[in-house]
Design a protein around this ligand. Structure first.
Ligand SMILES: Cc1cc2nc3c(=O)[nH]c(=O)nc-3n(C[C@H](O)[C@H](O)[C@H](O)COP(=O)(O)OP(=O)(O)OC[C@H]3O[C@@H](n4cnc5c(N)ncnc54)[C@H](O)[C@@H]3O)c2cc1C
Ligand SMILES: *[C@@H]1O[C@H](CO)[C@@H](O)[C@H](O)[C@H]1NC(C)=O
Ligand SMILES: *[C@@H]1O[C@H](CO)[C@@H](O)[C@H](O)[C@H]1NC(C)=O
Ligand SMILES: *[C@@H]1O[C@H](CO)[C@@H](O)[C@H](O)[C@H]1NC(C)=O
Ligand SMILES: *[C@@H]1O[C@H](CO)[C@@H](O)[C@H](O)[C@H]1NC(C)=O
Ligand SMILES: *[C@@H]1O[C@H](CO)[C@@H](O)[C@H](O)[C@H]1NC(C)=O
Ligand SMILES: *[C@@H]1O[C@H](CO)[C@@H](O)[C@H](O)[C@H]1NC(C)=O
Length: 534
């Protein structure tokens, strides 16, 4: 044999030995980290050594798990977490129940349903060791395919069993598991005569909503949900369980306030409650041909009435009607803030001016929207307050949305969410958040879209895509542009994080690199608004 060949063979043999040694080192280190009783540790060790060839490619951390590796990871998860916590035969129905939009229905290799932060930590260690693709789900209300769902090979971490709601003795704080739905949260708080800034629709999940910001009816007065978090309890990529608040990991605290699924899995949100129980509300219905008047009144209220931060207006324009909810955060009688609406004659007074509770408000407003098993999407665009702009974009949208409705039966809404300066100021008073909001009186437009046939996906989504383009070009032309894209309403092809501003994005990336140095959330997470794409 030539010297070179000999050298080569020797070199190759060295590598094999080195890998075998490192594999055993890695396996033992992994098992030690899991802190298991001796017999299950032994069982796992035997299983992993028997499968060492299968897992070798992922041990360097460079290669993502194959189907075979993910299956093995799921088997190991069953031993580590218990058979009841890991479903290795998830069927479609599970997925149907789990995510709001049919667009997201996928069947993972296994679904892990942790019942504690420790179990989430173990799950992260398993995902990390095997380098498996994964997705995290709280309420499953993101309609973006792959955000909170994953197909094969992949592991779903479904947080639905983390649904604690613990109210402090003076009711000033509430600790929420991410797997709660907002309707249950408001019901649990009502006996204490307090509330919390969360979602407006009862089925929406706690986890996803807060990490994206979290807009509620009372956000003008009390900021975003994220601004009301005192402490995030979370599991980092390496399985470490940490708290993030103003004193501990304060950089991470800031990043989690709107920075999305880039830093860890939040297993508990310790939130300030808000001292709102009594409210006044009125619900009016207008016809589509009254839209210009209603939009004028809405802009007038934003310019004047909204300076009374106890007042807010919830307006949902659909193809055949316009619903307007006037809401005041204490008992009242025809609050002056809503004057522009008192001049209009609605087609119907659905609910006359009523003194009621915040729980009645969320029960009344929170059960709208489609709960049918069908395809959905949403989309986001923002602007300054400008009635002409509102009317121009609305008529553009209406024509298109009607035409697509005629072709496909798709329902779409046109929603202006008022964002007064007081919302931005409230966030700053709580130490600031990652959103980089301009100190402007704004609106955050969104739309909810429901349709049935997958063949219509592009046609239907095309309406909202064209409408966001229209917001952009018309708002620029009228000097009313705000380049902010609200994550919780952003569709799969939008890039909300990049709208937080260059310095915030740089800061977020730095924080992600600090708390997730091996980029587990960027590389292995199946979808989501990831900093690696911002
Ligand atoms: C009908 C409807 C009404 C809505 N109303 C409002 C509203 O009033 N205000 C508002 O702000 N938004 C609203 N939204 C938007 C909503 O906030 C987002 O869709 C949000 O992502 C839903 O949270 P979820 O837990 O249900 O989502 P999921 O689909 O479970 O998760 C969404 C994203 O967050 C990640 N994630 C979830 N939980 C965690 C966690 N614990 N740790 C780390 N990452 C996690 C997921 O991986 C995924 O990327 C509404 C949406 C719908 C469909
Ligand atoms: C194995 O591990 C040793 C030390 O832990 C390291 O120096 C070596 O590069 C590793 N070999 C391979 C092939 O990864
Ligand atoms: C799950 O859904 C897929 C795709 O829609 C289908 O091919 C498969 O037969 C379904 N499986 C079950 C068990 O219903
Ligand atoms: C609602 O409460 C306000 C303030 O207490 C009161 O002035 C008003 O009369 C009440 N309205 C009704 C309909 O009871
Ligand atoms: C939709 O169909 C209705 C009823 O057929 C018709 O009146 C309307 O003009 C159509 N709208 C559009 C935009 O195509
Ligand atoms: C659209 O709305 C109508 C009226 O609420 C409803 O009957 C229909 O099922 C909806 N269509 C879709 C695709 O959700
Ligand atoms: C928004 O972005 C556009 C370019 O995409 C720019 O022309 C405009 O000035 C920006 N507006 C604001 C308020 O920053």
């Amino acid at each position: 044999m030539k010297r070179q060949t000999l050298f080569y063979l020797f070199f190759a043999w060295e590598i094999v030995i080195a890998q075998a040694v490192n594999a055993s080192q890695a396996i033992n280190a992994f098992i030690n980290e899991l802190n298991l009783p001796a017999d299950s540790a032994k069982g796992i060790q035997t299983k992993l050594f028997r499968n060492v060839r299968v897992i070798e490619p992922v041990l360097s951390g460079q290669s993502i798990a194959s189907s075979e590796v993910v299956k093995l990871a799921c088997d190991i998860a069953q031993i580590v977490l218990g058979f009841s916590a890991v479903n290795t035969t998830p069927v479609n129905q599970t997925e149907t129940d789990g995510t709001w939009s049919e667009v997201c229905w996928e069947t993972p290799t296994c679904a892990i349903l942790p019942n504690s932060d420790q179990q989430v930590s173990l799950a992260m260690k398993i995902i990390n060791f095997f380098q498996t693709k994964f997705a995290v789900r709280s309420g499953g209300h993101s309609p973006n395919p792959g955000w909170s769902s994953v197909g094969q090979p992949g592991i779903l971490i479904d947080l639905q069993l983390l649904h604690e709601i613990v109210v402090s003795s003076d009711a000033s704080m509430v600790s929420l598991g991410p797997g709660n739905r907002w309707g249950d949260v408001y019901s649990a708080l009502a006996p204490y005569q307090v509330s919390v800034i969360g979602g407006r629709i009862n089925d929406v999940g706690v986890g996803g909503l807060i990490i994206g910001g979290g807009y509620f009816h009372l956000s003008g007065e009390y900021g975003l949900a994220a601004d009301n978090v005192k402490n995030f309890h979370l599991v980092l990529a390496n399985g470490a369980i940490v708290d993030a608040n103003a004193n501990q990991n304060s950089d991470l605290f800031w990043a989690l306030k709107g920075g999305g699924p880039n830093f860890g899995i939040v297993t508990r949100f310790d939130m300030y409650t808000i001292p709102v129980y009594n409210t006044w509300f009125k619900v009016l219905v207008y016809t589509p041909n009254q839209a210009p008047d209603v939009l004028d009144a809405f802009a007038q209220w934003q310019e004047n009435g909204a300076s009374d931060s106890k007042s807010t207006v919830a307006m949902v324009i659909s193809l055949d009607s316009i619903e307007v909810g006037l809401l005041y955060s204490e008992h009242a009688s025809q609050p002056a803030a809503f004057a522009p609406f008192y001049d209009l004659t609605p087609a119907k007074v659905a609910i006359p001016g009523t003194n009621g509770t915040i729980l009645e408000v969320v029960e009344l407003f929170g059960n709208t929207g489609s709960t049918a098993a069908e395809r959905h999407d949403y989309r986001s665009a923002s602007s300054k307050v400008n009635a002409e702009l509102y009317k121009d974009v609305y008529s553009f949208w209406l024509e298109q949305a009607n035409s697509i409705y005629n072709q496909t039966g798709a329902n779409q809404t046109f929603v202006l969410q008022p964002v007064p300066i007081s919302l931005v100021d409230f966030g700053n008073s709580r130490g600031g958040n990652a959103l980089g909001l301009p100190r402007e009186n704004m609106q955050w437009w969104t739309t909810l879209i429901d349709w049935v046939d997958a063949a219509d996906d592009d046609l239907v989504r095309g309406v909202s895509i064209a409408t966001t383009a229209q917001w952009q070009s018309l708002s620029e032309a009228q000097g009313a542009s705000v380049n902010f894209t609200y994550m919780n309403d952003a569709s799969r092809d939008q890039n909300p994080l990049s709208s937080y501003g260059l310095s915030n994005v740089a800061q977020l990336k730095k924080i992600a690199a600090k708390y997730d140095p091996s980029k587990v959330f960027q590389r292995l997470q199946n979808g989501g608004f990831l900093l690696s794409n911002a």
